[in-house]
Ligand binder design. Structure first.
Ligand SMILES: Nc1ncnc2c1ncn2[C@@H]1O[C@H](COP(=O)(O)OP(=O)(O)OP(=O)(O)O)[C@@H](O)[C@H]1O
Length: 255
């Protein structure tokens, strides 16, 4: 369990973001503590992805402040935030399907570092890239698939590969947008086990529709409705919260 008194690795304070008349983030404050998985749940269109984008740096909030490891990153771009230790996996795959598994990890690490390359052959011989890439593949259990074409992997293996790409940067914390999406029961079980271990190394802010995974993994859960956080608490507190049941869980019969 996490100690609420330790300094959070991520602190979001009063973030708001509007698209025209629509308030996609409405004065959101949340934090992420060392060793924890903090899940962000809410109905479709509640503003989960919009919030993740603002934390990762790909979308600028209208107001509010974001701190990563005690540093104000509100004005930093995605590359600078990644360098500080903010890892991210995406809702839609960013993998190059025709490339091998190992090539994707190497290229992903290069891109995330903001580096450019001119000769692909040289990049694939660069030990400073290859070694961390192989280590990351081992961590997620894909070491035997390194030379396979990414398009030939199962959906679950691609999700593992995305985590491996993010791991090469040694993230101090993770933002994950629906990592279980499209995984079968066995795939999500494997990934659940992996995230359960990963949290000790890098705490995770997890957007996820799979309620079994959320209630199994999350130390804390925040519920977003119409851009605003209506509750934050443990799984039991969230299950028992009448406002949450009315606004969300009750309607999906997930409690
Ligand atoms: N770039 C944009 N321009 C205009 N409206 C947007 C934009 N991005 C998101 N929205 C709107 O903001 C609201 C929040 O969207 P968001 O994708 O963050 O929700 P979500 O909770 O992640 O949904 P889902 O669970 O379906 O992924 C939605 O009404 C969406 O249509």
């Amino acid at each position: 369990m996490t100690d609420p008194h330790t300094n959070p690795v991520l602190k979001v304070e009063g973030i708001s973001k509007s698209f025209g008349a629509l308030k996609a983030s409405d004065n959101v404050s949340i934090d992420l503590r060392p060793g924890e998985i903090h899940a962000l749940i809410g109905p479709n269109g509640a503003g989960k992805s919009t919030l993740i984008k603002q934390i990762s740096g790909s979308l600028r909030p209208d107001t509010g402040r974001i701190e990563v490891l005690g540093r104000d990153v509100t004005d930093l771009d995605t590359v600078a935030r990644a360098r500080l230790g903010l890892g991210r996996t995406f809702q839609i795959s960013s993998l190059a399907m025709e490339f091998t598994v190992l090539q994707n990890v190497v290229l992903g690490a290069l891109g995330a570092q903001g580096r450019v390359f001119s000769f692909f052959r040289n990049v694939m011989k660069d030990k400073t890239l290859l070694e961390p890439a192989r280590r990351a593949l081992e961590r997620v259990g894909l070491q035997d698939e390194a030379q396979r074409r990414t398009a030939d992997l199962s959906h679950g293996q691609r999700r593992q590969l995305e985590v491996a790409v993010a791991l090469t940067l040694n993230p101090k914390l993770f933002l994950m947008d629906e990592p279980m999406a499209g995984l079968g029961a066995s795939g999500s079980k494997v990934l659940t086990g992996f995230l359960d271990e990963l949290r000790h190394e890098a705490p995770i802010l997890l957007v996820e529709h799979d309620m079994d995974a959320v209630f199994a993994l999350a130390d804390r859960i925040s519920v977003l409705v119409y851009g605003a956080v209506i509750a934050t608490g443990t799984a039991d507190e969230i299950r028992a919260n009448p406002e949450v049941r009315r606004a969300y869980l009750g309607e999906e019969d997930a409690a």
